[in-house]
Design a protein around this ligand. Structure first.
Ligand SMILES: N[C@@H](CCC(=O)N[C@@H](CSS)C(=O)NCC(=O)O)C(=O)O
Ligand SMILES: [Fe+2]
Length: 295
């Protein structure tokens, strides 16, 4: 019994801290097999942890028929997400970065995917999107961004729109506050939310440029993201501490900014005193035209 408790406690600690667990097969599979032999009290602790571990693997999908991959761009610390219908091979890419276009297109080609839409969660200030260049390289690809972003794209998104790929789709939830044109993209079964720079893991997007507004961001996150199921996985556009994924439940409980009341939140956001993103002056104008100067 003691040795079992000793194995469970680090897992609980890791979950409480929001750290990524290794996959169930690596860290919990033997205990899953063993768990049937444990007393009900131990099983009650262990089994939800095994389920969470399976769900929290940052690059796997638990939705049937969904391919999912989290990709990373080193310089701007950006996460790009590739999702596809495993049957039809239709795919969507979220927040692709210019520097990693060759890597992303190679992967799409190797996997035999038919990329339908390249979507930006907002007009990024810290890096240049690859959506415009991708359109030049992939026939039929459409770019998408919020109609409130001020940026040009083939598809101007607004609240409730669906981005379809095969039998799967993402629903658009407008989550302004970091910028006017920020959207969160939610998978049909609400198991995953791509929050851009609105909600970050244990943080949130800054509100001191690009029409940022702390009050608006607070309302967006509480009304449009924290109303999703607790188990919904949160995939942000950036993480500066190496964290890859969180959940709505975790962020509701542990996010040091969003657990405050509105007044305290506004005060925190108005006193972040962050330096401007070093590429802001080239990124914003470029991203207003999908990262290229003619579409
Ligand atoms: N050092 C980076 C920029 C870092 C930064 O400002 N990140 C933004 C998201 S990208 S617009 C942000 O909202 N950060 C919130 C925070 O609390 O860190 C660079 O020079 O590019
Ligand atoms: Fe941003």
């Amino acid at each position: 019994m003691c040795s079992v408790i000793n194995r469970v406690k680090p897992v609980q600690r890791a979950l409480a801290l929001g750290l990524r667990l290794r996959t169930s097969t690596e860290s919990l599979s033997c205990t899953a097999a063993d768990s049937r032999r444990f007393c009900p009290g131990v099983r009650a602790v262990l089994e939800p942890l095994q389920a969470t571990s399976r769900r929290c693997c940052s690059s796997m999908a638990s939705t049937k028929g969904l391919f999912f991959r989290q990709l990373y761009e080193l310089e701007s610390t950006t996460y790009t997400y590739l999702l596809a219908d495993t049957e039809t091979k239709e795919a969507v890419i979220i927040d692709p970065v210019l520097e990693t276009i060759d890597r992303d297109l190679k992967l799409i080609h190797e996997l035999g995917l038919n990329l339908k839409v390249a979507v930006n969660t907002h007009c990024h200030a810290d890096h240049i999107t690859s959506t415009g260049l991708m359109k030049k390289r992939l026939v039929g690809l459409k770019s998408a961004i919020s109609k409130f972003s001020g940026a040009s794209a083939d598809i101007q998104l607004s609240e409730g729109d669906k981005i379809k790929f095969g039998k799967q789709y993402l629903t658009v939830r407008e989550t302004p506050g970091h910028t006017d044109g920020c959207v969160t993209l939610v998978l049909a079964d609400q198991s995953m939310a791509f929050t851009g720079d609105a909600l970050l893991i244990r943080g949130c997007g800054r509100t001191d440029f690009q029409q940022g507004c702390a009050k608006t961001l607070y309302q967006s996150i509480h009304e449009k993201i924290f109303t999703l199921p607790d188990e919904c996985l949160v995939y942000p556009a950036h993480d500066y501490l190496g964290q890859t994924v969180s959940t709505v439940g975790e962020e509701r409980k542990f996010n040091p900014r969003l657990t405050k009341n509105l007044e305290e939140f506004v005060n925190i956001m108005n006193n972040l005193n962050l330096p401007k993103p070093h590429k802001i002056d080239i990124s914003v104008p470029a991203n207003l035209v999908c990262g290229v100067h003619e579409l």
